[in-house]
Unconditional design. Structure first.
Length: 125
């Protein structure tokens, strides 16, 4: 069976390391270019990318040409679903507005359920 879906879990790719956060977002864009369905799950402290102002202030490159928000916006435009982990949100959210690119909340069970699908691969960053 062909792989038609990719689930990317951002765990260590948090705001302390914007250069590491760009890689999974590039992978998401590449998967969409290959017509795969793509989900991004922001877990642990990476959930902060969903908070207004955080991704806009984080540059992924030394030339300061690309922000994490610009990658999230491109993902959203290409119909990548971007979810926040409910447990991570409860731990890290302090009332900040959530960016418009976020699809909604989900949890570990949803990610684990993806492992039961033969057409899906889960990548953790």
């Amino acid at each position: 069976m062909a792989i038609t879906r990719a689930v990317l879990v951002l765990w260590q790719s948090d705001p302390r390391h914007p250069d590491k956060a760009a890689a999974p977002l590039v992978y998401a864009l590449c998967a969409r270019a290959l017509d795969m369905e793509v989900e991004i799950h922001l877990t642990s402290s990476a959930v902060a990318w969903a908070f207004e102002g955080v991704a806009a202030a984080a540059y992924s490159d030394a030339k300061r040409e690309q922000t994490i928000l610009s990658y999230l916006q491109r993902c959203h435009e290409l119909d990548v679903k971007i979810y926040m982990c409910g447990m991570a949100l409860a731990e890290h959210h302090r009332g900040e507005p959530i960016i418009a690119e976020i699809t909604g909340q989900t949890g570990a069970t949803a990610v684990m359920a993806q492992l039961q699908r033969e057409d899906t691969r889960v990548l953790i960053f």
